[in-house]
Write a protein that binds this ligand. Structure first.
Ligand code: SF4
Length: 363
């Protein structure tokens, strides 16, 4: 396949992107497989009523087998096999357990969404789709990206640009998994480089996304577009399915996270998850500079990155396009009621450069 058939798109990428996203670019060139092709071909045997502990044991063994095949470059030997039960089926079974006492994210509401209860994200059991289209506004190597917007989010950011979607002001619809997969396959044929699981936040819908992915036929890589607040259990389910993990590094401390997004224990959770994703996903990190939050947030994040993660393991996009939205526009948070200024941007970019980070500045 080619890189995008119906609109001019970038095919020249910075060296750091070529390094970190080598496998992704190989898949786009038809020289490698996206992970969902492999996970569907790994055979497992389980009973849906096995204990959760037993299901996880089987899962971990099968996932290791999958990584071994990939690292030995032998996954091609099994692609196309359709076992009676696959590792993806096992992941769906485990996710169905989790959604019945929901702990996809660290809010750990423990509600039974299958039985109609909802937690902090207000997401019911069935995925609610707001819109889906081929997005040209993501990073150059990600665009065009077939992006599915779903309602609901486990965060309540006071400046959210998609607040109508994330906070349930707009309406959405339930779609068949096979129809959603058909839309993805069709977008791939038109040149989409990936399926972008957007939001709100995709974490509450993991059990549903797996069922859509099961129906996808084309070799399209999958991008999980997250705020990074998922649990280790959720992360493990995503391993071997999601090719690109995108995490927003928003805040450098818990006070800002509590005040601006309504979540607890932000720093430990998101830094833990970011580190844990190294080597298991191709890692795209984003940091949106917020006005008046350079010292407390931007600087702390960049310094942490320089100390904790090797620069060949991620790409950081430093984003400068913050604009006041949602509750900020209603006058509730005056500190955020402006764009970021030139000094703030220059300070953050200079620090990223001085620290030797793998960064780009796009959008
Ligand atoms: S995904 Fe929603 S219901 Fe589940 S733990 Fe997170 S906020 Fe609670």
């Amino acid at each position: 396949m080619g890189f995008g058939d119906f609109m001019e798109v970038s095919t020249e990428f910075p060296d750091v992107v070529k390094l970190v996203f080598r496998k992704y670019l190989s898949v786009l060139e038809g020289k490698d497989y996206p992970l969902h092709y492999v996970v569907k071909s790994i055979e497992v045997e389980f009973k849906p009523d096995d204990s959760l502990r037993r299901l996880w044991q089987l899962h971990d063994v099968a996932l290791q087998e999958m990584w071994d095949l990939i690292s030995e470059q032998r996954s091609g030997e099994i692609i196309g096999l359709r076992p009676k039960q696959s590792l993806l089926d096992l992941k769906i079974c485990i996710a169905e357990n989790i959604v019945r006492s929901c702990h996809f994210c660290e809010n750990r509401c423990r509600v039974n969404r299958f039985a109609g209860q909802v937690g902090k994200c207000r997401c019911p059991y069935r995925v609610v789709v707001h819109s889906a289209f081929t997005h040209y506004g993501e990073e150059s190597f990600v665009s065009p990206s077939f992006t599915i917007f779903t309602l609901g989010c486990n965060f309540h950011c006071v400046y959210c640009q998609n607040w109508r979607i994330s906070q349930w002001y707009d309406e959405g619809t339930n779609l068949d998994y096979s129809y959603m997969a058909y839309l993805v396959d069709e977008a791939f044929d038109r040149g989409a480089r990936n399926l972008n699981l957007y939001g709100g936040e995709p974490t509450p819908w993991i059990h549903e996304w797996l069922k859509v992915i099961k129906e996808i036929k084309k070799p399209i890589p999958i991008l999980f577009n997250s705020n990074g607040y998922f649990t280790p259990e959720a992360q493990k389910i995503l391993e071997g399915v999601v090719d690109i993990m995108k995490i927003d590094l928003k805040y450098g401390n818990d006070d800002c996270a509590r005040k601006l997004s309504g979540v607890e224990n932000y720093w430990d959770i998101v830094t833990r998850n970011t580190k844990a994703c190294v080597g298991k996903f191709m890692l795209l990190l984003r940091h949106l500079i917020l006005p008046n939050h350079v010292e407390c947030c931007s600087e702390k994040i960049l310094k942490w990155l320089s100390q904790e993660i090797e620069p060949d393991k991620y790409v950081l996009n430093i984003m400068t396009q913050y604009q006041p939205e949602y509750r900020v526009l209603r006058g509730e948070f005056p500190e955020l009621a402006r764009h970021v200024n030139k000094d703030e941007v220059e300070k953050v970019v200079k620090l990223a450069k001085d620290l030797g980070l793998s960064y780009i500045v796009e959008r």
